[in-house]
Write a protein that binds this ligand. Structure first.
Ligand SMILES: C[S@@+](CC[C@H](N)C(=O)[O-])C[C@H]1O[C@@H](n2cnc3c(N)ncnc32)[C@H](O)[C@@H]1O
Length: 256
């Protein structure tokens, strides 16, 4: 069955047509505290994982990069710095509040408004990973970090990634995974189900949103299952790298 997760909002059974709106509501609510919460929830580890992702992507000047579910722009900013502003970078996210914070951040960093000389700005566009407003075969590097588990129809999003990539282009997905090492599993699950909602309540003032985020991690397909779905969507040479005992995972694939 394609897209089984479309009927689940965390552990709650929902109608597929309602899920995207529910997820959007979560990120409307968390946008303001999103960056601070990321640091608190991961003890800063998300920065190390994101550095690793961008090192693996190895973006080059002149390439076209698309960061889907790019939120407040963490991946785009790293790619911008790595290419010294000489790649064409687009952040696409379904949530305008998250993008607004990302854009404000780029202005603070002095990146926007810019785009003069050889330096290119970062573009922000609102769009759904399942129906990207991007031409086919136009992207060299596609990334989606901590985004895919929030997408209602993962198989559709993977097919869209394969569609927009040029032959020779690469796909990268970084996600939390339920497939952590057996030693870490009990602590990890308790952390997800107790500490995350507690932080959500006390810092972002929305325990439910963080309860959903924790549940969505535990519902996400484990490493091998996601790899199979990537292959079915048209990606090749699929592999994955576990980070921190499998708490986070980077999947990669090629469009051939
Ligand atoms: C956990 S945040 C990750 C943000 C950023 N990539 C990062 O690593 O910090 C998840 C993002 O996915 C976005 N999102 C959820 N469903 C989406 C969809 N169907 N299409 C595009 N973006 C989506 C949310 O709006 C949110 O900004």
């Amino acid at each position: 069955m394609l897209n089984p997760e479309s009927e689940w909002f965390g552990f709650r059974h929902v109608k597929p047509q309602d899920k995207t709106g529910l997820v959007r509501g979560v990120f409307d609510s968390v946008a303001e505290h999103y960056d601070l919460m990321n640091d608190l929830m991961s003890g800063g580890l998300h920065r190390v994982w994101k550095d690793r992702l961008v090192a693996m992507m190895s973006p080059q000047a002149g390439q076209t990069l698309l960061d889907v579910a790019g939120g407040t722009g963490d991946i785009a900013l790293r790619c911008y710095r790595r290419t010294e502003g000489k790649a064409d970078i687009t952040v696409c996210d379904i949530n305008p509040h998250m993008l607004k914070r990302g854009r404000a951040r780029m202005i603070d960093e002095g990146i926007l408004p810019q785009g003069q000389g050889t330096s290119r700005p970062i573009h922000f566009i609102t769009g759904n990973a399942e129906e990207l407003p991007i031409p086919s075969r136009s992207v060299d590097l596609y990334s989606i970090a901590f985004g895919l588990r929030n997408v209602s129809r993962i198989d559709n999003a993977l097919r869209e990634a394969a569609r927009v990539l040029r032959p020779g282009g690469r796909f990268f997905c970084m996600e939390f995974s339920p497939g952590v090492s057996p030693l870490l599993k009990p602590v990890y699950e308790r952390y997800c189900m107790s500490v995350l909602p507690w932080l959500g309540e006390h810092v972002a003032h929305d325990a439910e949103a963080y309860q959903y985020l924790a549940e969505s991690i535990l519902k996400f397909p484990p490493q091998a299952a996601l790899a199979e779905r990537m292959k079915k969507a048209g990606l090749d040479n699929v592999r994955w790298t576990n980070l921190t005992g499998g708490v986070a995972v980077i999947h990669s694939g090629w469009k051939l």
